[in-house]
Design a binder for this molecule. Structure first.
Ligand SMILES: Nc1ncnc2c1ncn2[C@@H]1O[C@H](COP(=O)(O)OP(=O)(O)OP(=O)(O)O)[C@@H](O)[C@H]1O
Length: 348
């Protein structure tokens, strides 16, 4: 647990007043753009970096405090895995995984290591040497090695980012199941919102050394605290408008804005999946209608670029994401609706 942690490098403040608790069996993701302080926090939890202020507790023990108390990493009962985790080249896969296990009698270490390798799909490579394995296989072994001593806490820093997309999905999936089966408290650093949503019970989204919002993936996606949170989870359509008679006028219609003061300027963020597109008959064709500019199939969804025309004459280029194959031709007139659960308004 991090309690009001602060870290300063010379004059640069890397993280400010961070408090975060992780329960046994919980996966918490530190998510944020490059340089926001994620790795610094993970290093503080690991004991690789001394915080300038605040406290760190692990398994009920105070392990770091501003009065100089500092437990080194090897005393903290942690599992650590990084983007490129180096295995011991002169040891076999099995010997690598057995290396850190000290809590079990010798005759049980091998079966425990083999069990973990099996859960991560690597039992068949137990006798191989690391240099004969692919990057993805080495990363699985590194995860098994980190888990082998049954640590209280697993600290993972972008452990999947060096893998190609398909392999990454598989290893993420296997890792999540192993962490959940073992009930390990896990802190995972990532800059990838999809990875955070896949792995996390809770996400702490960071910006410039601070936590902007903490909550379940659903909390952050469906109840974002500010525009930064909305934008971090994917491209959004944005417009602004003034509140008149409790509503704000947009090219997609007048939206209820009773929660904002009359006359205030409101920023409207519309996720592409919130835009509902209905083709109009060609004979309803009219330059005042919204119409399709480009359609592209992206796999499980289709992305439509649309020129939206509002009742007040406003025009907006927007993106709509529609499930399945839906590819209206260029120029197709459409009417537009909105799923308001994916539309967010903030006062400017
Ligand atoms: N040892 C250090 N000395 C000086 N500045 C540092 C040190 N470590 C990190 N920083 C600075 O602290 C800030 C946070 O860095 P950190 O590595 O924690 O960010 P991050 O969110 O993990 O970024 P990335 O995703 O790019 O790894 C950055 O501005 C970085 O330059």
């Amino acid at each position: 647990m991090l309690d009001h942690v602060h870290c300063q490098f010379d004059r640069h403040t890397a993280v400010t007043d961070i408090s975060l608790e992780i329960k046994a069996g919980e996966v918490v993701c530190l998510l944020g753009p490059s340089g926001c302080g994620k790795t610094t926090l993970l290093r503080i939890a690991a004991g690789l970096q001394v915080p300038s202020a605040g406290k760190v507790f692990l398994g009920g023990n105070l392990v770091s405090a501003a009065d100089g108390l500092h437990w080194p990493p090897e005393r903290r009962n942690l599992g650590l895995a990084f983007q490129e985790s180096a295995l011991f080249p002169h040891l076999t896969v099995l010997e690598n995984v057995c290396f850190g296990i000290t809590s079990l009698p010798r005759n049980q270490r091998k079966s425990h290591a083999l069990d973990l390798l099996g859960r991560l799909g690597m039992a068949g490579a137990a006798r191989a040497y690391p240099h004969t394995l692919s990057g993805g296989q080495q990363q699985r072994v590194a995860l098994a090695r980190a888990l082998a001593p049954s640590p209280h806490v697993m600290l993972l820093d972008e452990p999947f980012s060096s893998l190609d997309a398909r392999l990454r999905d598989q290893i993420r999936d296997d890792t999540l199941h192993v962490l959940k089966e073992l009930g390990t408290a896990t802190l995972l650093v990532t800059h990838d919102p999809e990875e955070a949503m896949f792995m996390a019970d809770r996400i702490a989204l960071m910006r410039e050394g601070k936590i902007v919002q903490t909550g379940t993936p659903t909390d952050l996606y469906c109840n974002p605290a500010d525009p930064f949170v909305v934008r971090f989870f994917g491209q959004v359509n944005e417009c602004t408008g003034e509140v008149h008679n409790g509503s704000v006028r947009t090219p997609l219609g007048d939206l209820d804005a009773h929660d904002f003061p009359e006359g205030s300027t409101v920023q409207v963020l519309i996720r592409p999946e919130a835009v509902q597109v209905k083709p109009l008959d060609s004979d309803e064709d009219d330059t005042r209608n919204s119409h399709v500019l480009v359609s592209r199939l992206l796999g499980s969804t289709s992305l439509l670029h649309i020129c939206a025309h509002g009742a007040g004459g406003q025009e907006m280029h927007l993106h709509a994401r529609v499930p399945g194959v839906f590819l209206p031709k260029e120029g197709q007139p459409v009417s537009l609706g909105l799923d308001m659960s994916q539309v967010f308004m903030f006062r400017q």
